[in-house]
Design a protein around this ligand. Structure first.
Ligand code: ADP
Ligand code: 5GP
Length: 200
């Protein structure tokens, strides 16, 4: 009898502004039934166009602290002065639909997920350079100057960590968007196929 496996958990990380959300938006539009997004909790305020329960669950710091106390998170971390966390429920909601679950999280979360029994696959989205990253972060127009600085400082740490052997299963440099999307798409579809093959 083949082992019963759940759909794969795929963790995408990379510096803020590298293009993770833009790449994932395309992936979800192309495969609406195959993937689901793990909707994190955060204490940062919503950006224009962000909807509670879709991009994030937007919560107060007190609510976030309570969720930690209640052991609701698989992982959580502070990023640029705000709290972010993946709840157990967020992953369950996706996996229970039979879909591959995609997490978009920063490096402290990546380290924590590696310590769980989730058996996740890890993809890192790198910017072509820190200069280009800064341009994209500013071009997005969502952050204050202080937040841009904090995100750039964190970006250096993320890039350092990404060079540690064996941390990521795949690194995609998001220089030309179409090329980067093609690489991400091929790798993720490969992960889906491997997971399906394990089931049979
Ligand atoms: P992240 O989710 O990693 O923080 P975003 O997806 O929000 O990053 O992308 C940051 C900004 O860079 C956005 O304004 C996006 O439109 C832009 N962007 C994404 N990919 C590219 C690319 N390959 N070339 C130029 N700009 C890009
Ligand atoms: P943003 O504020 O730009 O949406 O996200 C900032 C950073 O937080 C990004 O690197 C994103 O991947 C990360 N992030 C989003 N959700 C989570 C989460 O649930 N856990 C952790 N550890 N990081 C998260």
């Amino acid at each position: 009898m083949a082992p019963v496996t759940t759909p794969p958990v795929i963790v995408i990380s990379g510096p803020s502004g590298a293009g993770k959300s833009t790449l994932l938006k395309r992936l979800f539009a192309n495969y609406p039934d195959s993937f689901g997004f793990s909707v994190s909790h955060t204490t940062r305020p919503p950006r224009a166009g962000e909807r509670d329960g879709i991009e994030y669950h937007f919560v107060t710091p007190d609510h976030f602290t309570q969720l930690i106390a209640d052991n609701k998170f698989i992982e959580h971390a502070t990023f640029a002065g705000k709290s972010y966390g993946t709840s157990i429920q967020a992953v369950k909601d996706v996996v229970n639909k039979g879909r591959a679950c995609i997490l978009d999280i920063e490096m402290e979360g990546v380290k924590q997920v590696k310590k769980t029994d989730l058996d996740a696959k890890f993809l890192f989205v790198a910017p072509p350079s820190v200069e280009e990253l800064e341009k994209r972060l500013r071009g997005r127009g969502t952050e204050s100057e202080d937040a841009v600085q904090k995100r750039l400082e964190q970006a250096v740490k993320e890039l350092e960590y990404s060079k540690v052997d064996g941390v990521h299963d795949r690194v995609v440099v998001n220089d030309d968007f179409e090329k980067a999307y093609k690489e991400l798409n091929e790798w993720i579809v490969g992960v889906l196929h491997e997971s399906a093959a394990e089931k049979n």
